[in-house]
Design a protein around this ligand. Structure first.
Ligand code: NAG
Ligand code: NAG
Ligand code: NAG
Ligand code: NAG
Length: 451
């Protein structure tokens, strides 16, 4: 009978246990057991199960039936040889030697398995620890990555914000720059026009006040040679031909194109109004009367602003030339003529009448405000023109151009007389003149007598 013992048993008992079958020639069922041991039985005994430790008991206890013999001897190689002789006979039982070894081997086996299990567990534990370490490491990395991402995100957001800030700053600056550029261009434009004039008339660059002073103190005016402030200046500059010229009113502003009359009564006249064919509508707004309108080569109004500036840069006279539809000419002359500024409604100052027609202007319109159909004056509305209306007029030189002279309210949707009227000539409000010219000249103007 051969027990199979686990291979690990050898490591405990240092040698394989050999069970010698005794059923051979001895015939006594002798079973020799060679137990190879390292002579460490005492320590071995303790760890063996109780059944094994007691196996020598039956030998010593007298009065008990002997069931076999054991002998042992130390072999020359130091191993211990145990020989068990088992008795014959079926009734008597031998000490359960094999049971003992069974148990030993069982426990050894168990032990071994436990050991293996322990080892496996240890291995498992260490594996788990390893894994745990890996997990921890992984988590750490993730945490770091997250931190990094967050900070990067933060710095990214910061940079975006910075960029936005800078962008808005830049666009503000750009806007300011554009505005400045625009202003500069406008100023350049404003400068270049007078400069063009000054190119031809360098004296125009002198301050307006200086030129005005010279004009006042030296009526016949050397400076006018260089910088005309009206048609009289141009006349003094030697020009004797009527036409359109550029002047620079000394009260400032832009050069103005004007039509000069160098023929009438010695010349030097700056024409401020002309009617001659009805080609220009004089039923205009306040702003249009302020800036002027029409065409210098035809009909026009020079503009209240220009008239104001010119008639306030010195003392001016006014001449009005009238022509009816029978080609008759008459004129009115006013020694004093000026109008105030816009703030004062271009109020009229006219006095010192003389002429070939009765006055229909100064006596009635002097000191009246200028008004236009859109300025809230009923007379201007009715009369369809801009004028220094009173209640409403004795003259209406900016009225409606009626061809043929006589006109009536019949068949026209008008509420009152609105023609180009000089009442004291035709003694009616319903005769519209054919031609009108209004022109101004310095009161001190003296024409040069040509040789
Ligand atoms: C980064 O910012 C975006 C938008 O503000 C947000 O959706 C995202 O969750 C942020 N990521 C981190 C890692 O903070
Ligand atoms: C240019 O001249 C006009 C008219 O005199 C004036 O209204 C405007 O303010 C001037 N512009 C500049 C930029 O000087
Ligand atoms: C004058 O102008 C006003 C406003 O534009 C217009 O209603 C009216 O018909 C005009 N009248 C004449 C006679 O041109
Ligand atoms: C004329 O105009 C001035 C200022 O514009 C104003 O104070 C005054 O009342 C006006 N006169 C009349 C008669 O409307």
């Amino acid at each position: 009978m051969r027990r199979h013992l686990g291979p690990s048993l050898g490591s405990l008992l240092t040698c394989p246990m050999e069970i010698c079958p005794s059923t051979g020639s001895a015939g006594a069922g002798l079973l020799s057991l060679l137990l190879v041991t390292a002579l460490s039985s005492p320590s071995l005994q303790k760890s063996l199960p109780a059944a094994y430790r007691d196996h020598r008991g039956p030998q010593r206890h007298t009065g008990l039936i002997q069931c076999g013999e054991y002998s042992n001897q130390v072999l020359p190689n130091g191993l211990c040889k145990i020989v068990a002789t088992l008795p014959q006979g079926d009734e008597q039982r031998c000490p359960d030697m094999f049971r003992c070894t069974d148990e030993v081997s069982y426990w050894l086996h168990e032990n071994e398995e436990r050991k293996w299990q322990v080892l496996e567990l240890r291995e498992l534990v260490s594996e788990l620890q390893e894994e745990l370490r890996n997990h921890r490491h992984h988590i750490k990395i993730l945490e770091l990555q997250h931190e990094e991402a967050t900070s990067r995100n933060h710095s990214l957001a910061q940079r975006v914000q910075d960029l936005e800030h800078r962008y808005s700053e830049a666009s503000t600056l750009q806007h300011i720059q554009a505005t400045l550029l625009y202003d500069m261009q406008a100023q350049l434009n404003n400068i270049s026009v007078p400069t063009d004039g000054a190119w031809h008339n360098p004296a125009c660059l002198r301050p307006a006040e200086m030129r005005l002073q010279e004009e006042t103190h030296h009526p016949d005016v050397k400076h006018a040679r260089n910088c005309p402030i009206d048609c009289a200046s141009i006349y003094y500059n030697g020009v004797r031909q009527s036409g359109v010229y550029s002047i620079m009113p000394s009260l400032g502003g832009m050069p103005v194109e004007v039509l000069c009359d160098m023929d009438t009564e010695g010349g030097g006249w700056t024409i401020i109004q002309r009617r001659q064919d009805g080609s220009v509508d004089f039923n205009r707004t306040w702003n249009e009367y302020r800036e002027g309108f029409g065409d210098l080569s035809g009909e026009f109004w020079l503009g209240n602003e220009n008239i104001h500036k010119m008639t306030n840069q010195g003392d001016y006279s006014l001449r009005i030339d009238l022509e009816d539809w029978n080609n008759k000419h008459k004129h009115a002359f006013y020694q004093v003529f000026s109008i105030e500024d816009e703030e004062n409604s271009y109020r009229l100052h006219v006095d010192g009448f003389s002429g070939t027609v009765e006055d229909s202007f100064a006596w009635y319109h002097n000191k009246r405000n200028f008004s236009t159909p859109d300025s809230g004056n009923l007379c201007a509305e009715i009369c369809h023109g801009g004028w220094w209306y009173h209640q409403c007029f004795y003259s209406n030189l900016n009225g409606v151009y009626y061809k043929g002279g006589r006109y009536s309210m019949k068949n026209r949707r008008i509420r009152g007389p609105d023609g180009i009227v000089w009442y004291s000539w035709k003694d009616t409000d319903y005769y519209s003149l054919r031609k009108v010219v209004m022109m101004i000249r310095p009161r001190t103007f003296r024409p040069h007598i040509s040789p």
